[in-house]
Design a protein around this ligand. Structure first.
Ligand SMILES: *Cc1c(COP(=O)(O)O)cnc(C)c1O
Length: 360
């Protein structure tokens, strides 16, 4: 038997979540974010599942666009961060990628090496994230300049929200006001909301044209205190392993590195073949839920590279070979992430190469 650790990715859940994004997007077109290997779910497979119902696929790098084309995916692709240098412009053009530019150095590249085919150009404005983007005050001058560029068919004004996962703070309103103030009178389309915005406030402000869902397509949310189930989202990934040994210990026995956990009663402790070397979070504390044969057990002791230990004292029928769900429909990634001081994005993208992915 090979080491039993695998991830199941459910294509029907991906397609279902895309429908939810479309419905909450209220008629806006959809840019499905499939960057970072489709958030660890497998770029080609996810893109094939989603492409028929998306308007664009969003990636962070030209390499990812190449991988999509090599896999036979012909849907339009948006490079979220545009070209990183002049050498990328010609291949991006050839592969049919739309570009999003955030800085004047990128416009200078595009002036020196213009794409050959007419296409839309996405312009990112910094309305308060203070990471990438032009100042909103530059928008009208950009519009005037770019109107003279022959290959620019249309502009799509875009921005990214910094605190959409905490709408009660009001920062989103400020960003929306800055955005609309800058682009309301300019020609072109616009795009504001990623998952947090789609799930919390999609109807606010004047209508824009595109939503850009990412994490919600994979069934999780960016919010600290809720899971995707609240919106009818279905976890697309189930990270699984099996029990490879069971040990019976008396009370007062330490388990694992450092002896951080000590049995409080006579206990049955199961060893599961998964650890941080597979992408399970090393900082998950004792007490973290783990699915076992449809029931729930808890993690005890420190997570090792290749193994972790769970308490199955209350599940006397569970034995070596039993299947364990580390995250998925039974153990929401949001819950696990919160307990471990991380986010579902990092859990999904942190699944390592030695985890076989099975698609169903
Ligand atoms: C990754 C990304 C998204 C998707 O964000 P989620 O929070 O996963 O929905 C949207 N827009 C841009 C520009 C991105 O880079």
């Amino acid at each position: 038997m090979t080491r039993p650790v695998w991830a199941e990715v459910d294509r029907s859940a991906l397609r279902h979540n895309l429908k939810v994004a479309r419905r909450l997007g209220q008629g806006r077109q959809v840019v499905a974010a499939v960057k970072a290997n489709a958030y660890g779910h497998g770029l080609a497979e996810v893109a094939r599942a989603l492409a028929p119902d998306t308007d664009l696929l969003g990636v962070a790098a030209l390499d990812e666009a190449c991988e999509l084309r090599a896999a036979g995916v012909e849907a339009p692709v948006l490079l979220f961060e545009g070209p990183f240098d002049a050498d990328e412009i010609e291949p991006a053009d050839r592969l049919g990628c739309e570009l999003c530019v955030h800085s004047s150095w990128q416009l200078q590249l595009l002036e020196s090496v213009a794409p050959r085919r007419p296409q839309r150009l996405w312009i990112k404005l910094d309305t308060g994230m203070h990471r990438l983007g032009f100042a909103p005050e530059q928008a009208s001058e950009l519009a005037r300049t770019l109107a003279r560029w022959p290959w620019v068919k249309q502009l799509v004004w875009t921005t990214h929200l910094a605190q959409a996962d905490t709408p009660e703070r009001g920062y989103t309103q400020r960003q929306l006001a800055a955005f609309h103030g800058a682009v309301a009178s300019l020609p072109g389309q616009s795009s504001i909301f990623a998952s947090a915005g789609i799930l919390s406030a999609p109807t606010q402000g004047p209508a824009d044209h595109y939503v850009r869902p990412g994490i919600m397509l994979y069934g999780a949310t960016p919010f600290r205190a809720s899971t995707g189930a609240l919106w009818g989202l279905r976890p697309a990934m189930r990270l699984c392993s099996r029990i490879i040994a069971v040990r019976t210990l008396g009370a007062g026995e330490p388990v694992g590195y450092g002896g951080d956990f000590v049995t409080a009663r006579p206990s049955r402790i199961a060893v599961v073949a998964a650890g941080y070397g597979d992408g399970y979070p090393r900082h998950a504390p004792s007490g973290t839920p783990v699915g076992v044969a449809g029931r729930t057990a808890v993690l005890v002791g420190r997570v090792s590279m290749d193994m972790l230990t769970i308490d199955i004292t209350d599940l006397p029928w569970v034995d070596r070979g039993a299947e364990v769900e580390l995250w998925g429909p039974q153990v929401p990634a949001e819950r696990l992430a919160q307990g471990a001081g991380t986010i579902p994005y990092a859990l999904f993208t942190g699944v390592t190469r030695r985890v076989a992915v099975r698609y169903k």
